[in-house]
Design a protein around this ligand. Structure first.
Ligand code: HEM
Length: 574
C-alpha cells in the first residue's frame, strides 16, 4: 500500500509539473492572449457569456488570440480575412467538432454508459490504473488475466482505455470482422519518439493505406518472389558456411551471424546489395537495431505515462533507444543520397529505394520523413523478427536432437545432399515445413503483436468498445491454446503431420497477426526461414555446448520475444 501511495504522490507531482511545462511550451508558440491561473486559466478573469469580452480581447490581441481555459487549447478567430484563412484555406485541419463535455453528456455515447459496457478487467488505482499490480512484460500476466476475465478484458492503464483480445474466435471477430474499426495504430509515446509516427507501422487511415499498398505493390513489381529469394539465399549461405567453418567443434554465439545474413536478404531488396560481415558500419547498424528490439516495448509504462520522461536520467531507456534508432535512420539517409546520385527515372528501378525515388515524383505521401522511416522500418522489421525466429529454431533444434535428425534425413532424401534446398522443395519436405511452423508458434516472436486503436465505436460479444481504445492482440493466447495445440508448451512439429506423413493443412499459427494490418513480410519471412534452416541443417549438426547444462528456453521480452543469448556447437554432417 505504501508503495502505491509513493507512486501516486510521485505521479501527481509529475503531472502538475507536466501540465506546467506543457502550458509554458504552448504559450510560447500559440497566438498571444491574456495570462491565467494554473489549471483554471483565464476562466475567473472574464465573463465569456458576454460578447463584449471577445471584442475587447480582439482589440487588445488582434484577429487571432489564445485563451487558456482549463486544460484545453482555445484559439479565438476574428475578422473576415482571418476567419477565411483558418476555416476555408485550412479547412482540412479545422473542420472537426470538439468532444466537449456538454456535447458528450448529451450524446447517446455518454462516457458513463460506455464504461459500463467495456469488457471486465482488474481494478486499479486512480491515475496509475493497474500498472503497479501486474508485470506487463511477462506474457504469463496476460494468460492469467484471460483465465480470470475471459477472451476479452479491459485494462485501466494510466488515462488510456486498453482492451486485450485473446483466442482465435475473438481475435477474428475483433480484427477481421470489425477490421474497419480496429486497424488504426495508436500514437504511443515510444513510436512517436522513434519514428515520428511515420512509416507503415506507425501511421493510420489513408496515409497508412497508401503506404502499405505502395509497399506491397512495389515488392511484387520488383519481382521479389520465390525465385528471387532462392537466388538471394543461395548467394548468402556460402558466406554463412564460411563463418561457421571457423568455429567447427567449438561453442559459439550464432546471433550476429544470423542477424547479418538475414539482414543481407533485406539489404538486397532495399539497397540492391549485400554487406560484408566485417563491415564496421553494418555491424554497428545491426547491434543498434538489436538493442531497439530488445529494450523497446509497446506496452511499457512510458507509453501510458509519457510525462515520466521528465524524470532525471534515462530511467526508461528512451534516450538510448532513440540514439540506436537514429543510427539506422542516418544510415538510410546516406543510402538514399547515394541512390539519388545514379538514379534515372527512365531506367527500370534497381531496388526498393529506386522505386521510392520514382514514386516520389507521383505522390506527396512519400515525403522525406516518411521515406527515411519507411526504409528504416523495412530494414528493422525485415531483419530482427526473422533473425530472432531463426535463433529460436536453432535453440529448439539443439534441445530436440531427434527433430533435427528427422529434418536432416528428409532434406537429404529430397536434395541428395548434392544441392542447396529451394522453395519448390517445400511440397516434398512436410516435416521441415512443420518445423518452421512450430518454431513460429513456440518462438512466438511477437506475442502481443503491435497495438491497434479503434477509429470508431464498435460492439463485440455484447460490449461496446469506444473510439480511441487501444487494442492489444494477444497472439500468444492462440499460439499456446491447449484446445488448438494439445500439450502447447512442447516443441512438436509432428502435430502438423497426418498419419500419411503429409501436412494436415492446419498450419496457421497467427505469428504474423491477422486482419488488414497483418504483417506484410509474412511470405518473405517464411521463405527465408525455410531456406536458411534447411540449408544449415543439411550441412551441419548443431548441439549443446554442455548437455548437462542446457541453454535456457526463457525469453527476453522487448519489442520482440527473443531467446536469451546462447552458445551452440556445429559439426559437419557426413
Ligand atoms: C518471423 C518474422 C516476422 C514476424 C513474426 C512478424 C510479425 C509481425 C506482426 C505480429 C506484425 C503486427 C501486425 C499487427 O499490427 O497486428 C507485423 C507488422 C509488420 N511487419 Fe512483420 N513479422 C515478421 C517479418 C517481417 C518482414 C520480413 C518484414 C518486411 C520485409 C516485415 C514487415 C512488417 C511491416 C512493415 C509491418 C507493419 C504492417 C502494418 O502496420 O500495416 N515483417 N509483423
Amino acid at each position: 500500500m505504501t508503495d502505491y501511495l509513493t507512486w501516486a504522490i510521485l505521479v501527481i507531482t509529475l503531472l502538475v509539473f507536466f501540465i506546467y511545462f506543457l502550458e509554458r511550451r504552448r504559450l510560447q508558440k500559440l497566438p498571444p492572449g491574456p495570462l491565467g491561473l494554473p489549471i483554471l486559466g483565464v476562466l475567473p478573469r472574464f465573463d465569456f457569456r458576454d460578447i463584449e469580452t471577445y471584442r475587447r480581447l480582439r482589440r487588445q490581441y488582434g484577429d487571432i488570440y489564445s485563451l487558456n481555459l482549463g486544460l484545453q487549447k482555445v484559439v479565438v478567430v476574428c475578422g473576415y480575412e482571418m476567419l477565411r484563412e483558418v476555416f476555408v484555406v485550412n479547412g482540412d485541419a479545422t473542420s472537426d467538432r470538439p468532444q466537449n463535455y456538454l456535447m458528450k453528456e448529451l450524446s447517446e455515447n455518454a462516457e458513463r454508459r460506455r464504461l459500463q459496457k467495456l469488457p471486465p478487467g482488474p481494478l486499479g488505482l486512480p491515475i496509475l490504473g493497474v500498472l503497479p499490480r501486474f508485470d506487463f512484460r511477462d506474457i504469463e500476466t496476460y494468460r492469467r488475466l484471460r483465465r480470470q476475465y475471459g477472451d476479452i478484458y479491459s485494462l485501466n492503464l494510466g488515462l488510456q482505455k486498453v482492451v486485450v483480445v485473446c483466442g482465435y474466435e475473438m481475435l477474428r471477430e475483433v480484427f477481421v470482422v470489425n477490421g474497419d474499426a480496429t486497424s488504426d495504430r495508436p500514437q504511443n509515446y515510444l513510436m512517436k519518439e522513434l519514428s515520428e509516427n511515420a512509416g507503415v507501422v506507425a501511421t493510420s487511415g489513408p496515409v497508412w493505406r497508401e503506404l502499405r499498398n505502395f509497399c506491397l505493390r512495389t515488392l511484387r513489381d520488383l519481382g521479389y518472389n520465390k525465385r528471387f529469394i532462392d537466388k538471394c539465399v543461395q548467394e548468402e549461405i556460402p558466406y554463412v558456411f564460411d563463418e561457421i567453418e571457423h568455429c567447427i567443434g567449438q561453442p559459439f554465439d550464432i546471433k550476429p551471424l544470423i542477424q547479418m545474413s538475414i539482414s543481407n536478404i533485406v539489404c538486397s531488396i532495399v539497397y540492391g546489395k549485400r554487406y560484408d560481415y566485417q563491415d564496421p558500419e553494418f555491424r554497428k547498424l545491426i547491434a543498434n537495431m538489436s538493442t531497439v528490439f530488445e529494450k523497446g516495448s509497446s506496452t511499457g509504462a512510458i507509453n501510458f505515462f509519457p510525462f515520466l520522461r521528465f524524470l532525471p536520467g534515462d530511467l526508461f531507456g528512451v534516450k538510448k533507444l532513440k540514439e540506436c534508432y537514429q543510427v539506422e535512420v542516418e544510415f538510410n539517409k546516406q543510402r538514399i543520397k547515394d541512390h539519388k546520385t545514379f538514379f534515372n527515372p527512365r531506367d527500370p528501378p534497381r531496388d526498393y529505394i529506386d522505386s521510392i525515388l520514382f514514386a516520389q515524383t507521383k505522390t506527396e505521401i512519400l515525403n522525406k520523413t516518411q521515406v527515411y522511416h519507411h526504409i528504416s522500418e523495412m530494414f528493422a522489421a525485415g531483419t530482427d523478427t526473422t533473425a530472432t525466429a531463426l535463433r529460436w529454431a536453432l535453440l529448439y533444434l539443439i534441445h530436440y536432437p531427434e527433430v533435427q535428425d528427422k529434418m536432416a534425413s528428409e532434406i537429404m532424401q529430397v536434395t541428395d545432399g548434392a544441392r542447396l534446398p529451394v522453395i519448390a522443395d517445400k511440397v516434398n519436405m512436410p516435416y521441415s515445413t512443420a518445423v518452421v511452423t512450430e518454431v513460429l508458434r513456440m518462438g512466438n516472436v511477437a506475442p502481443l503483436s503491435l497495438p491497434h486503436v479503434t477509429s470508431q465505436d464498435f460492439t463485440v460479444a455484447g460490449y461496446l468498445i469506444p473510439k480511441d481504445t487501444t487494442l492489444i492482440p494477444c497472439l500468444s493466447s492462440f499460439t499456446h491454446d491447449a484446445d488448438m495445440f494439445p500439450n502447447p508448451h512442447k516443441f512438436d512439429p509432428g502435430r502438423y503431420i497426418n498419419s500419411e506423413g503429409f501436412l494436415r493443412g492446419r498450419e496457421k499459427v497467427l505469428a504474423f497477426s491477422l486482419g488488414k494490418r497483418s504483417c506484410l513480410g509474412e511470405s518473405l519471412a517464411i521463405m527465408e526461414l525455410f531456406l536458411f534452416l534447411t540449408s544449415l541443417v543439411q550441412r551441419y549438426k548443431f548441439s549443446m555446448k554442455d548437455s548437462s547444462n542446457p541453454p535456457s528456453l526463457k525469453e527476453i521480452f522487448g519489442l520482440t520475444y527473443s531467446p536469451i543469448p546462447y552458445q551452440l556447437v556445429a559439426s559437419k554432417r557426413d
